[in-house]
Design a protein around this ligand. Structure first.
Ligand SMILES: *[C@@H]1O[C@H](CO)[C@@H](O)[C@H](O)[C@H]1NC(C)=O
Ligand SMILES: *[C@@H]1O[C@H](CO)[C@@H](O)[C@H](O)[C@H]1NC(C)=O
Length: 345
């Protein structure tokens, strides 16, 4: 189980085209502020915090293709570091979102996240982190985060969804009926803010719990861990499309048409004690890490056509310092390969 847990954290979307800027992805036509929406690539943040979120968020049907990075916060990055990284995530890679991974228990940390996200026009998939010890420290983290979402007046303008994660079903942190109840309670808590709630989970996590339909019914969007390297029939990333389709089809069949994201999504460049394939033919190297994101780009239209407004995918993960082998940056801060994924098609 620890091995799987480790790989669970993985995802990244990269593409390779060339290391050229993605400016061709940005509509050159100037939209007026009134017609754009947060966090579209052409959106200009208002000078003042709006009175309410009416008309604020982009429609889910625009949130397909590459949407951003998984970003681990266990290092408890300083406010300045968050600003630097979020600036790079937005402006270097044309991201619209960061999906938080891991946890920092420093007081006021989520306020720093909100501040860096607001400053860089990035939405956030926030996270209640269970960790891997099967204890109940997550309950305190839940209460702190719910409190911060209420207390910070900008939080509801950058927090797209609150995730329970990572992989609580797979890890067996809670029986599925209790997890569904937690989702329902969090939705009620956040209803006045309009922040939806989800669970960050593998298809297999649901499947091994009898489908956990109660959880699928409770969540507002389906935040999928798509990690085909660990499939029993994995080989190369270039051959992974049927594996992606298989898990995706399961969610299409059981997800009642809800919006779906690949929120932990990628292919490792190296194995490690905690990242071991379940197929003797699975290949891990930088070329395959890169090719996986190329594969998603090649299937941009297929992913756009998926029920619920298309698949928005995150690249897991921003840096090898966060998840060895899955980073777009290596541990020295160098890009491992050119990464310029499509943001629309
Ligand atoms: C917010 O509400 C105040 C008071 O009703 C109003 O004066 C102001 O114009 C509103 N601001 C925006 C951006 O709608
Ligand atoms: C939401 O949860 C927090 C943390 O438990 C609590 O302090 C707050 O009162 C709750 N708010 C609502 C509206 O339920």
């Amino acid at each position: 189980m620890p091995m799987l847990q480790l790989f669970l954290t993985i995802l990244l979307s990269a593409q390779l085209a060339l290391a050229l800027p993605l400016n061709d992805h940005v509509d050159p036509v100037q939209h007026s502020q009134a017609t754009s929406c947060f966090p579209a690539l052409d959106f200009k943040m208002p000078a003042a915090v709006p009175n309410n979120t009416a008309g604020w968020w982009c429609d889910a049907s625009t949130e397909y293709a590459f949407v951003g990075f998984s970003y681990e916060v266990t290092a408890c990055q300083s406010r300045d570091q968050l600003h630097r990284d979020f600036n790079d995530i937005r402006h270097h890679f044309n991201s619209r979102y960061v999906r938080l991974y891991g946890v920092c228990d420093r007081e006021g940390f989520y306020d720093d996240i909100v501040d860096a996200a607001w400053a860089n026009t990035l939405g956030v998939h926030a996270l209640i982190w269970f960790g891997f010890n099967l204890d109940d420290v997550w309950e305190g983290r839940r209460d702190v985060l719910l409190g911060a979402l209420h207390a910070n007046p900008r939080a509801k303008f950058v927090t797209r969804v609150l995730q329970f994660g990572s992989e609580p079903l797979y890890d067996g942190v809670l029986p599925h009926d209790q997890l569904a109840e937690q989702v329902i309670l969090a939705k009620a808590n956040l209803s006045s803010l309009g922040i939806p709630v989800t669970v960050s989970e593998l298809a297999y996590g649901y499947q091994e719990r009898g489908g956990a339909q109660d959880v699928l019914d409770a969540i507002d969007s389906i935040n999928i861990h798509m990690l085909p390297f660990f499939a029993q029939d994995a080989s190369t990333a270039t051959n992974a499309w049927p594996l992606v389709q298989r898990d995706l089809q399961w969610f299409i069949d059981h997800g009642d048409g809800k919006k779906m994201y690949f929120d932990e999504n990628g292919w490792p460049s190296v194995t490690s004690p905690s990242v071991q394939p379940n197929s003797p033919n699975a290949v891990s190297n930088v070329a395959n890490e890169k090719n996986y994101y190329t594969l998603l780009d090649q299937h941009c239209q297929d992913l756009k056509n998926v029920v619920g407004g298309g698949i928005g995918w995150f690249a897991h993960i921003y840096s090898d310092n966060m998840e060895p082998g899955y980073g777009i940056y290596d541990s020295s801060g160098r890009l491992k390969f050119p990464f310029a994924p499509r943001t629309h098609c």
